[in-house]
Ligand binder design. Structure first.
Ligand SMILES: NC(=O)c1ccc[n+]([C@@H]2O[C@H](COP(=O)([O-])OP(=O)(O)OC[C@H]3O[C@@H](n4cnc5c(N)ncnc54)[C@H](OP(=O)(O)O)[C@@H]3O)[C@@H](O)[C@H]2O)c1
Length: 324
C-alpha cells in the first residue's frame, strides 16, 4: 500500500513537472503541439491510472527525452532571397544536411518549385514558404511576427540586389528600394533575431555582404556602400554579442562575382552569360558550400578574395573598440 502510494506521488509530481515543462515549450513552439499529443495522452493516462501507469510513464519519459533531444522537436533554417541564386542553392545545401527550411522572397512560384525540389530529395523535411516583399517594412515586421511560432536555429539574411550606374545617374526609386532591402530589412531581421536568440546555444545568424562590402568600385558605389553597412553592422553585432557573453554566433559571407540573376537585376537586362563576360566567378552551388564552411567554422568573416577567388575564413576586418 505504502509502495503504491509512493509510486503514485512520484508519478504524479514527475508527470506534472514534465507536462508543465512540455507546456511551456509548446507555448513557445505551437507547431509541435500536434506532435506532442501522443506524449500528452500517455502522461494523462499515467496520471489517471497510477496502478498500471508504470510502463506508460516510462514510455512517456522516453518520448520526452526524444522530444528534448530534437527527435520530435523541429528546428528551422530561415533563408531570405531563396527564389534564385545563392539563396536557392543555400536552401538545397541546408536541406542536404537535413534542415527544415523557411524560405522567403517575393516570387511565390519559384519558392514553391524549390520546396518541391527539396521535398523530392527528402520528404521528411518541413519546408515553409513565406512570400514577402522585403522592401516593405510592414511586410518585414509581419514576416518576423509569423516566424515566432518556429524555433529558428539558423537565420540567413541573403536577399539583396545591386544597381549598375554612377551615383549621379542612378535611378533614385531603385536606389531607395535597394537601401530598404539590403540595409533596412537586414537590420530589422538581425535585430529581432538577436533579441530573441542571443542566449540560444547553437543559434546562428549569417548576413550576406559582398567583397564590395570591403572595397569600392565605380558604377556600384551605392551598392558597395550598402554592403559596407552589412559588413560593419554584422561584424559589430558579432563582437558586441561576444563581449556580452551571448551564445548566438553572428557571421558575414562576402561573395565576389557569382553566377546568379544578380547582373540581370543590376543592369536590368534579360540575359547575361558569365562564362562569356567574366574571367573568374563562382557558381551559386560553390557559394552555398562556402556558406556551410563559414557556418561550421569559429571565424566571423568568410570572404572571397577578389584576386585569387579563394574562399578565406578570417577575423573581423573593421576596427572594433571594446568598452570592456
Ligand atoms: N552574385 C554576385 O556576384 C554577388 C556578389 C556579392 C554579393 N552578392 C549578394 O548575394 C545575395 C544573393 O544574391 P544573388 O547573387 O543570389 O542574386 P539573385 O539570384 O538575384 O538573388 C537575389 C534574391 O533576393 C531576393 N530579393 C530581391 N529583392 C527582394 C525583395 N524586395 N523582397 C524579398 N526578396 C528579394 C530575390 O527574390 P525575388 O526576386 O523573388 O523577391 C532573390 O531570391 C545578395 O545579397 C547579393 O548582394 C551577390
Amino acid at each position: 500500500m505504502y509502495c503504491f502510494l509512493l509510486r503514485y506521488f512520484v508519478c504524479f509530481f514527475a508527470s506534472r513537472k514534465i507536462v508543465y515543462n512540455l507546456h511551456l515549450r509548446t507555448l513557445i513552439i505551437p507547431n509541435t503541439l500536434i506532435l506532442n499529443f501522443p506524449v500528452y495522452k500517455m502522461l494523462f493516462l499515467s496520471l489517471q491510472q497510477p496502478a498500471q501507469s508504470h510502463e506508460s510513464f516510462i514510455v512517456s519519459v522516453h518520448l520526452l527525452s526524444i522530444h528534448f533531444n530534437g527527435g520530435i522537436h523541429m528546428k528551422y533554417t530561415v533563408i531570405t532571397g531563396a527564389s534564385s541564386g545563392i539563396g536557392y542553392e543555400a536552401a538545397v545545401a541546408f536541406a542536404t544536411r537535413g534542415k527544415n527550411l523557411i524560405l522567403v522572397a517575393r516570387r511565390e512560384a519559384e519558392l514553391n518549385n524549390l520546396k518541391e525540389n527539396i521535398q523530392s530529395m527528402n520528404s521528411d523535411l518541413d519546408v515553409v514558404i513565406k512570400p514577402t516583399d522585403l522592401s516593405d517594412s510592414g511586410q518585414v515586421h509581419a514576416l518576423y511576427e509569423s516566424l515566432k511560432e518556429y524555433d529558428i536555429e539558423t537565420f540567413v539574411n541573403n536577399a539583396g540586389f545591386g544597381n549598375s550606374a554612377t551615383v549621379a545617374e542612378q535611378d533614385v526609386t531603385k536606389t531607395e528600394k535597394m537601401l530598404r532591402v539590403n540595409v533596412e530589412a537586414l537590420t530589422t531581421l538581425s535585430t529581432l533575431y538577436a533579441r530573441d536568440y542571443a542566449d540560444r546555444e547553437g543559434a546562428q545568424l549569417i548576413n550576406v555582404s559582398s567583397d564590395l562590402g570591403y572595397r569600392i568600385v565605380p558604377n556600384a558605389v551605392t551598392y558597395a556602400a550598402t554592403k559596407f553597412y552589412v559588413s560593419a553592422f554584422t561584424e559589430g553585432l558579432a563582437q558586441e554579442l561576444q563581449d556580452n557573453g551571448a551564445r548566438l554566433k553572428v557571421k558575414i559571407l562576402a561573395p565576389s562575382m557569382t553566377e546568379t540573376e544578380f547582373v540581370k537585376t543590376a543592369r536590368e537586362i534579360d540575359d547575361f552569360s558569365y562564362s562569356d563576360n567574366v574571367q573568374k566567378f563562382h557558381t551559386a552551388k560553390e557559394m552555398a558550400q562556402f556558406m556551410l564552411e563559414l557556418h561550421d567554422s569559429e571565424q566571423i568573416v568568410g570572404k572571397v578574395n577578389s584576386e585569387t577567388y579563394e574562399f578565406e575564413l578570417m577575423d573581423p576586418v573593421f576596427q572594433y573598440t571594446s568598452r570592456k
